[in-house]
Design a binder for this molecule. Structure first.
Ligand code: NAD
Length: 499
């Protein structure tokens, strides 16, 4: 019998009482690694109750003490980075190097949470009226919840709970049912760091469990990362229940290649940015817009992409791993078929991909299309696979227009040697995160992760200063103190003429 993934409530790892479990597969082999429960509603309620009780004491803990616990947590995450990456690689399929990066980008958010005393600073103005001062504090909200996707099992939960908890909140995490084990290791280390019980709680499941969270009256704020339809549902339901919601959705990221760019650098970056992690990154480049003479580089791009191959996580020669499951692979194969039917030129077709010893794995080889137009399904839908579309544009203006007409706005990049072209691009493009000669511009945690348009529903983004604002409420105090020795009636020699 396979291992049962536990739930984590009030500092205890418990076997769920649910009778419904889903398999957690190794996507490279199809082997069942564990079973994850569809947590019962009463268990979610117990997690919220534990978080509510813990909040009363935790919000009173001195801010530097909270920061100190996160310093210990950061130390433990670094110590166990390899172990976390191995768990992550096995349940997600990404290569070990990629998994180490996934954990590392999460550790950086914990480092940001260690700065919480400075991040919690409010604002002050002295003398808003004579002898009257106004100052504001930010205070935690209470119980917050996070719902996360399969593709960054360490980094995305760590975008959320460290910032929320450092602000003085308590947290319920519902990780992806496809990659729940990395989150459990994060919780184990959280316990080991010495955090009080009930600050972080983990429940598992899918649609019903998410809806239970969205409708729970005691949860004040929801952070979500996943696909657009679910992001929209979470945003609409959460806000209809008067909760604060930030919901990150899917993407279609374009890289604009100007003819004056360094060809070799462009091609090196394009290979990793499109097919790395099997294209299962929300910031993956799935469209390259070749401007002017850059049209001539298509053969070189094809040669570079055909030189990489997928494999299992601990194969050093593998450039990337499998797709997460059969549904994901079927979707990619379906879109490749539509590309043939709708007149794209298929330069590389990775549909028929075999990895030795992994006959049941969900592998797709590098796939490349040219002659793509913006009305094709392969352009309109998020592929989330190792596939790159090539579009042509005569001018930078045309490339910017293509990007701005696409409904998504997560990330984009330009490769050029012209400062003027780069500036025009960064100024005019309606996308949240822009790379200049960098393919995947994910901001470090002292900035915020800022998707736009269909890639994000809400206003305050993740981590950075915005993350702290999202998990706090502002309290503004206006105060006057009477001093007997300095009567307020004392005349002050200043005349102000208001016009
Ligand atoms: P998903 O939307 O299928 O699942 C995300 C979470 O929502 C999971 O925890 C899942 O259990 C839950 N869920 C699934 N269906 C639900 C439903 N009908 N009702 C309520 N909850 C539901 O996404 P995924 O496949 O795990 O992740 C891939 C997607 O996430 C891609 O679209 C990718 O672009 C996106 N993503 C976006 C970002 C970003 O920052 N914008 C980052 C990573 C991933």
């Amino acid at each position: 019998m396979s291992k049962k993934v536990k739930i984590f409530i009030n500092g205890n790892f418990l076997v769920s009482k649910s009778h419904q479990y889903l398999p957690v597969e190794n996507p490279a082999t199809g082997e069942v690694l564990a079973e994850v429960p569809l947590t019962q509603g009463s268990e979610i309620d117990a997690a919220v109750e534990a978080a509510k009780t813990a909040f009363r004491a935790w919000k009173e803990v001195a801010v530097p003490e909270r920061a100190r616990l996160f310093l210990t947590y950061q130390h433990l995450l670094k110590e166990y980075q390899k172990e976390l990456a191995e768990i992550l690689s096995q349940e997600n399929g990404k290569t070990f190097a990629d998994a180490m990066g996934d954990v590392w980008r999460g550790i950086e958010v914990v480092e940001h949470a260690c700065n919480i005393p400075s991040l919690m600073m409010g604002e002050t103005v002295e003398n808003v009226a004579r002898a009257v001062d106004t100052y504001s504090y930010i205070q935690p909200l209470g119980v917050c919840a996070g719902i996360t996707p399969f593709n960054f099992p360490a980094m995305i939960p760590l975008w959320m709970f460290p910032i929320a908890v450092a602000c003085g909140n308590t947290f319920i995490l519902k990780p992806s049912e496809q990659t729940p084990m990395t989150a459990m290791k994060l919780a184990e280390l959280f316990n080991e760091a010495g955090f009080p019980k009930g600050l972080l709680n983990i429940v598992h499941g899918s649609k019903d469990q998410v809806n239970h969270i969205l409708n729970h009256p005691d949860i004040k704020a929801i952070s979500f990362v996943g696909s657009v339809p679910v992001a929209e549902h979470v945003y609409r339901t959460g806000t209809a229940n008067l909760k604060r919601v930030q919901a990150f959705g899917g993407a279609k990221n374009h890289m604009v290649i100007m003819p004056d760019a360094n060809k070799q650098q462009v091609i090196n970056h394009l290979v990793g940015a499109s097919c790395g992690a099997a294209g299962q990154r929300c910031m993956a480049i799935s469209v390259a817009v070749l401007v002017g003479e850059a049209h001539r580089w298509i053969e070189d791009i094809k040669t570079a992409l055909s030189g990489i191959k997928p494999g299992v996580w601990n194969d050093d020669a593998a450039a990337y791993g499998p797709l997460i499951n059969k549904t994901a692979k079927d979707k990619v194969l379906r879109l490749i078929n539509t590309a043939y039917q709708q007149g794209a030129e298929v330069l590389l077709d990775g549909s028929d991909c075999h990895v030795e010893g992994c006959e049941n794995g969900y592998f797709v080889g590098p796939t490349l299309f040219s002659n793509v137009s913006t009305d094709m399904d392969i352009y309109k839908e998020e592929i989330f696979g190792p596939a790159l579309l090539l579009l042509k544009a005569d001018t930078l203006e045309e490339a910017i227009k293509i990007i701005n007409e696409n409904p998504y706005g997560n990330g984009t990049s330009i490769f050029t040697n012209s400062g003027a072209a780069a500036r025009k691009f960064q100024h005019e493009v309606e996308v949240g995160q822009i790379g200049v000669n960098l393919p995947i511009p994910v901001p470090l945690p002292f900035f915020s992760f800022t998707g736009w348009r269909k890639s994000f529903f809400g206003d305050l983004h993740s981590y950075g200063k915005q993350g702290v604002r999202f998990y706090t409420e502002t309290k503004t105090i206006t105060a006057r103190w009477f001093e007997e020795d300095i009567p307020l009636s004392q005349p002050i020699n200043m005349t102000i003429n208001l016009k």
